[in-house]
Ligand binder design. Structure first.
Ligand SMILES: Cc1ncc(COP(=O)(O)O)c(C=O)c1O
Length: 434
């Protein structure tokens, strides 16, 4: 019998906005000075502050992270029908902007060490499609991808990197502190995600590490690129006394009111990251003797922002679970569990978990696209037209993304979750394995 719990009085969220009061001061400033549009001090300040924080030269505040990615894909000059390599295990917004420009995403499988784009599969993808010029890569759940390896593969093939750091603001790769130094090249010590690509995006969506209720930013070291995004995102107005248009424009600029919220939130970014890390560590500790592991990261050479804490259930401890396109079923078993059972348990007691993002190659809209994974012997396989699992001879899923989707889940990771609440969540998860 699985244990019973008392439902949480207030919902325990996966990751909800955490406001501090200072946000209102900056919003009020916008109101009082009547800068209630897409210009004003709040926008200028957050562009400056983000540049200082992540270490990039130019930042352009936009309405969403998705619009920042769209601008990046446009700058990279993606043409209709052009193949673009994209992270597979990510949120659809990483990839959709490629389609906005008529490009054709080809998905690259993940590796197990960070759950991000696999550099070996990427290299194999270039063997299959040597003409590809653009690679869009994400840092899932705030964990930096293997940027050294990915960057060198891209450099070797002359490809431009677009970095989707929507989930990873504040995460660093190859940090300087303590033992992390060993094995990390001096060139990239402590570099923030969002600075590895030529064109990069971050998000201030309501569930992110800090939020403006919505919002995003385009980051680059390329002045000309930043200027073009500034122009495109404000309807591509030419310098003329009347509305003069020589290029297609977009209404993508951030509001100065939203920027006020972000300006206030920026003061708490480090605090949020520290709190998220505590949440992650407490889960790790609480699950030590369970047949599960936490979402992994390179502990020597990277420091995630720990945006979401996730679990991966050991293969032998998985109860039977099947999913079609909309529903999941499982058979409860003593000593075993599965993501669906844990998520149902959390939901019953008013806590929000979520399945791992369903990989892009398994999504109905993208199932006809190319997908490159690495097989046991290092061979690349392409999956076109398959709706779901690519099975190996031993009956196990061949691709890493699908395997993580099957066995993983995201746990409540809210900054405001108390230790007592988290302990109850831990107890709930533990009880699923009884
Ligand atoms: C990986 C990833 N990329 C892009 C986005 C898009 O950001 P936004 O919601 O600000 O458009 C999100 C989140 O929403 C995301 O998680």
């Amino acid at each position: 019998m699985k244990k019973e719990f008392i439902p949480f009085e207030n919902r325990i969220w996966l990751s909800s906005p955490t406001m501090h009061g200072q946000e209102l001061v900056f919003v009020k400033e916008a109101y009082d000075t009547n800068w209630m549009s897409t210009m004003g001090t709040n926008i200028n300040e957050i562009e400056k502050k983000i540049c200082e924080y992540v270490g990039c030269k130019y930042a352009v505040a936009l309405g969403t992270g998705t619009s920042a990615l769209h601008m990046a894909v446009k700058l990279a000059g993606v043409k209709p029908g052009e193949k673009v390599f994209c992270s597979d295990l990510t949120f659809a917004a990483t990839v959709n902007p490629v389609k906005y420009e008529g490009g054709e995403p080809v998905f690259i499988d993940s590796e197990y060490e960070t759950w991000n784009m696999d550099p070996v599969a990427l290299e194999q993808a270039f063997e299959l499609y040597p003409d590809v010029r653009v690679v869009v890569m994400a840092h899932l759940y705030g964990t930096p991808a293997k940027m050294d390896e990915l960057t060198s593969v891209c450099q070797k093939h002359g490809a431009v990197i677009i970095e989707d750091a929507a989930e990873s603001l504040g995460a660093t790769y190859k940090t300087q502190s303590g033992p992390k130094e060993s094995g990390c090249s001096a060139a990239t010590l402590g570099q923030e995600t969002g600075t590895f690509g030529k064109y990069n995006a971050i998000s201030f969506n309501g569930n992110k590490i800090i939020t403006g209720s919505s919002g995003g930013m385009f980051l680059t070291d390329d002045r000309e690129a930043a200027d073009r995004v500034r122009k495109w995102s404000t309807q591509s107005r030419e310098n003329a006394p009347w509305y003069q248009h020589e290029e297609i424009g977009y209404n993508y600029r951030m509001s100065n009111v939203v920027a006020g919220i972000i300006r206030g939130q920026l003061l708490y970014l480090d605090e949020h990251i520290a709190r998220k890390k505590e949440v992650y560590e407490r889960y790790r500790e609480g699950f030590q003797d369970l047949p599960v592991s936490m979402n992994p990261y390179d502990e020597k050479c990277s420091e995630p922002n720990f945006w979401l804490s996730c679990l991966l259930i050991d293969e032998e401890a998985m109860c039977r679970q099947i999913r079609d396109e909309h529903e999941a079923l499982y058979i409860s078993e003593a000593g075993k569990s599965c993501p669906t059972e844990i998520l149902e348990m959390l939901a019953r007691y008013n806590a929000e978990g979520r399945p791992i993002w369903k990989p892009m190659h398994m999504q109905p809209i993208y199932r006809m696209n190319g997908f490159v994974t690495r097989e046991g012997d290092g061979r690349a396989v392409i999956n076109t037209g398959k709706s779901g699992t690519v099975m190996g001879h031993d009956g196990k899923p061949l691709d890493v993304g699908n395997d993580i989707f099957n066995r993983g889940l995201c746990l409540p990771s809210d900054v405001k979750m108390t230790e007592e609440q988290q302990d109850t969540v831990i107890e709930m998860v533990r009880s699923c394995f009884e």
